[in-house]
Design a protein around this ligand. Structure first.
Ligand code: AVI
Length: 319
């Protein structure tokens, strides 16, 4: 397949801490904690794709349903000259629904995982020959800038999947404020946000019967073993996910099944039996609560779509 994707490497200016630095700093914290972006090596990204297909994991299919129904309204609000900027993977059906309804001249996919980004944007370029496809490898949880050509074209930024939920509310507001700054006047942000709901439904989504979410969580330890100098044994840790109603979030942990010392890059870390490494938070919002957060970041709420069971929401925000 010819390379028909314009690639922009934004890693040097957006460079965050390396895996080694993140892991050593996170294991030294009390309680031990690691940022969720560490899940997404190649294997982690594949496992996440599998999570999205699990029957218990309602967010993906529900957001798709909402977008399928709303795509033409979205295209109308965005206007004819809008370009599309996707924050995260470009492989999903969701962005295709928008591409087909909006027919933008150009698309920019931004992702931290270079392999995944290259594969998914090449696929889009092959499937939509009329589309000018750009790919930017960047960590979009940090300040970044749009490549030349995108800032002036009435971009619609698309941030699906409730990935905003993986930030703490203060970080989420700062992230939204950063996007607000990135977008020109009149630019839009279409964002998927998981809604707070019945605890059983939430907990089942993060404890699927096939064990894919557990494998996704444990892959973090496999990754530490693969990529760093470490004797950590993933088999001595257990996946745990539960809803914390006080903070309105699902928490994911890896719990040590024994007292043990693990070595990483020459440093030793002690786990007591039952001690956990906190690997992820996934915040759940009310539609109103999210609108308040977005308006604090400077956005105007233009439209909101949800599904009949009010499981998930998609907000159209404008700068
Ligand atoms: C990417 N993010 C929105 C997912 C979530 O639901 O918080 C990641 C995930 N973690 C476990 N399952 C899915």
């Amino acid at each position: 397949m010819p390379l028909s994707v314009h690639f922009h490497d934004q890693r040097p200016q957006a460079a965050g801490r390396s895996l080694r630095e993140e892991v050593l700093a996170g294991f030294a914290e009390r309680p031990k904690t690691t940022p969720p972006k560490l899940f997404y090596d190649r294997r982690g990204s594949e496992l996440f794709e599998q999570i999205c297909r699990q029957p218990e994991y309602y967010p993906t299919r529900t957001e798709e349903l909402i977008l399928a129904r709303a795509a033409h309204d979205i295209a109308e609000i965005a206007g004819q000259d809008a370009s599309l900027v996707e924050l995260g993977s470009g492989a999903s059906r969701k962005v295709r629904l928008l591409l087909e309804a909006m027919h933008p001249a150009s698309y920019l996919g931004i992702d931290i995982s270079e392999d995944f980004l290259r594969t998914s944007t090449r696929r889009l370029a092959a499937d939509y020959p009329w589309l000018e496809v750009h790919a930017a490898c960047a960590d979009f949880s940090r300040p970044m800038s749009l490549p030349d050509g995108f800032a002036g074209e009435h971009p619609l930024a698309f941030f699906p999947g409730s990935s905003i939920g993986n930030f703490d509310p203060e970080e989420a507001q700062a992230f939204l404020a950063n996007l607000h700054e990135l977008l020109p006047e009149g630019g839009g942000l279409l964002i998927g946000v998981d809604l707070v709901k019945d605890r059983d439904v939430l907990e089942a989504a993060y404890n699927d019967r096939a064990g894919v979410t557990a494998a996704f969580n444990l892959n973090l330890l496999e990754r530490i073993r693969r990529e760093l100098d470490s004797d950590i044994e993933p088999g001595t840790f257990v996946h745990r996910a539960f809803f914390n109603p006080a903070d309105s979030r699902i928490e994911m942990h890896l719990v040590s099944d024994r007292a043990q010392d693990v070595e990483i890059e020459g440093e030793r870390f002690h786990f007591t039996a039952g001690e956990s490494l906190h690997t992820e938070n996934s915040y759940k919002y009310s539609a109103e609560g999210f609108r308040t957060l977005a308006s604090r970041a400077g956005f105007c709420a233009l439209a909101l779509w949800t599904d009949p069971q009010a499981l998930f929401s998609v907000h159209y925000l404008q700068r």
